[in-house]
Design a protein around this ligand. Structure first.
Ligand code: ZN
Length: 73
């Protein structure tokens, strides 16, 4: 199954990559572009928001790639 990696920004202000697909809905409460899930950087449950493609700078991409979520519950 292809993974749909998406860059998100957590409520702590950091960026990371996570899988944004229907099948992960069981581990996150979906609220449109936002959802509530465990942050791999801060180790706590936080609101995360998808970062639009147009807002993705090389710095954000690099930062996010260094904090990729496991993609598994
Ligand atoms: Zn965080």
């Amino acid at each position: 199954m292809a993974r749909d990696w998406t860059v998100v920004r957590c409520s702590g202000g950091d960026y990371y990559e996570t899988v944004w697909e229907r099948w992960v809905s069981f581990k996150a409460v979906r609220l449109g572009r936002r959802r509530f899930q465990r942050c791999p950087i801060h180790g706590r449950w936080e609101m995360v928001q998808r970062v639009p493609e147009v807002d993705l700078t090389p710095q954000i991409r690099q930062s996010a790639a260094g904090h990729r979520d496991s993609g598994r519950p």
